[in-house]
Design a protein around this ligand. Structure first.
Ligand code: MN
Length: 486
């Protein structure tokens, strides 16, 4: 069944009308690349309207934050890239939500004291108004169809025609959430945004190698750090990467280190065909080999050779800002700063790269525990809670670790335990949904959780890790066995 995007556009228009009518707006957003681009799109659109606004970044939208907003009582709260999971708690707040996470309920807001009394219920309901734009409400998949930045962009373009330049940030947000990962290209509503951005010259896309660092890294480094796909014998080994390139007669240097974009077509073809052969010979299969090539996304208005020119690198830069506690720096870069905030963002990116390498090394030292239906590691305080999910993704992409869902624990700075889960695509296709598993399992040990089917997270009390693992494993087992019988 093909569902038209008209419903989504209509809802975007309704939300834009509520925003236009509000005299002051508080934007609340998530600290990852998608959340930062979403907040930047909202902020830029509000700035252009001359609205009074503020941006609050949160790691997670919890009841305490909602309580604070209820006390502050601004004319309108605009939740971007989060909020849909908490709509049922938003009574007493005037809010709009542009999010793509799985909604907790469909626009029904019931204050606890009103649950038993119908007249109070209607009174409370009339006081608050929450309108959401979320692909799930339109039978679309929030993991691939559109990101938080994307749905926010759909509202921004209703707020002003000149906001079409923000389509570039909407694509950066989608790439930050890896919405191109499954199909090796953006699909659905993302594609509508992509075409609009290209038509106006703010975004470009073409087929090329999907490597991270096509524009910024020496070729051997780019290969050494490739994790999607993992290059057998080369990933993680700089000497092997250099040897591989030399064996193909590819010069590594010409005045400066050559990058992927410096190679000519024949050189690129030679490298890709040899890598394909290497992957197939190592028994990884053609599905993995196909991941070498796909659509890449460029921001033509940015300077070539900087992380801002390539959507994947731009997203990584923003993730680095968010993870080290300064999403606002990323926001300033998105909104146009190329001076002191840009320099600070670059410093965070470099720190981030070092931390990821150290994190992966640490996990290999302590080892990954394999159980029947899952594998896990506990990083304690050795890996920052904000990057433990990426480290989990890196482990999951390695040979020997790519068949079971991986659960990563890290100590959180508020005395709790941060949980990240990443699942192989094959299990999601069999019906596993970790947004549900994380929510239910965490609630059973007194925590909270949610996210996407393939990548989700939770916060649980310290000391509950073993109990939590047992519950998650039981849920996976039940789901997979049930699917098998059907
Ligand atoms: Mn998102």
């Amino acid at each position: 069944m093909v569902i038209s995007v008209q419903g989504i556009f209509k809802r975007a228009k309704e939300i834009a009308m509520l925003i236009s009518a509000a005299e002051r707006i508080v934007v609340v957003s998530h600290i990852d690349a998608d959340g930062i681009t979403a907040a930047s799109i909202a902020a830029k659109a509000l700035e252009r309207l001359g609205k009074e606004y503020r941006v609050d970044f949160v790691k997670q939208l919890d009841e305490q934050k909602i309580e604070e907003l209820r006390d502050e009582n601004p004319p309108l709260v605009w939740f971007t890239d989060l909020g849909s999971g908490m709509v049922h708690k938003m009574y007493g707040i005037n809010a709009v939500v542009t999010d793509h996470h799985v909604p907790s309920s469909l626009d029904v807001i019931v204050p606890p004291r009103a649950r038993k009394n119908l007249s109070i219920f209607f009174e409370e309901l009339s006081k608050s108004r929450v309108l959401q734009l979320n692909p799930h409400l339109f039978n679309r998949d929030g993991a691939t169809d559109i990101s938080g930045a994307g749905v926010t962009y759909l509202v921004a373009r209703e707020l002003g025609k000149d906001n079409v330049d923000l389509s570039a940030l909407a694509i950066v947000g989608a790439i930050g959430d890896m919405q191109d990962s499954e199909n090796l290209r953006l699909i659905g509503t993302n594609r509508v945004i992509l075409k609009e951005g290209k038509q106006h010259g703010f975004i470009d896309y073409f087929i090329d190698a999907r490597f991270f660092g096509r524009e910024t890294r020496p070729i051997f480094k780019m290969l050494q750090y490739s994790t999607d796909p993992v290059l057998p014998t080369i990933t993680g080994d700089d000497k092997a990467a250099i040897k591989f390139l030399k064996s193909l007669g590819i010069p590594l240097k010409r005045e400066r280190w050559r990058r992927w974009i410096d190679l000519d077509m024949d050189e690129k073809r030679l490298i890709l065909s040899e890598l394909t052969r290497l992957i197939l010979r190592s028994g990884y299969g053609s599905v993995i080999a196909k991941r070498l090539i796909g659509e890449v996304y460029i921001l033509p208005k940015e300077e070539q050779g900087t992380p801002l020119h390539d959507a994947k690198e731009f997203a990584t830069l923003l993730n680095a800002c968010g993870r080290y506690g300064d999403a606002l720096i990323g926001l300033r870069v998105c909104m146009g700063d190329r001076d002191s905030f840009y320099r600070r963002a670059m410093n965070m990116l470099n720190r981030h790269r070092r931390n990821l390498v150290d994190g992966l090394t640490f996990v290999k030292e302590i080892g990954i525990v394999k159980r029947e239906y899952l594998q896990y590691f506990h990083a304690g305080s050795k890996i920052n809670e904000n990057i433990v999910g990426i480290v989990a993704s890196m482990v999951l992409s390695e040979e020997g670790f790519n068949e079971l869902p991986i659960i990563a624990f890290a100590n959180s700075d508020d005395g709790k335990i941060k949980v990240s889960v990443r699942s192989p695509r094959t299990l999601v296709n069999k019906g596993l949904d970790f947004s549900i598993i994380m929510r239910e399992a965490s609630e059973r040990v007194g925590g909270t959780g949610g996210g996407h089917n393939i990548a989700a997270g939770a916060t649980i009390p310290r000391g509950k890790e073993d109990e939590f693992l047992d519950i998650v494993e039981e849920m996976i087992k039940n789901k997979l066995n049930k699917t098998k019988k059907l």
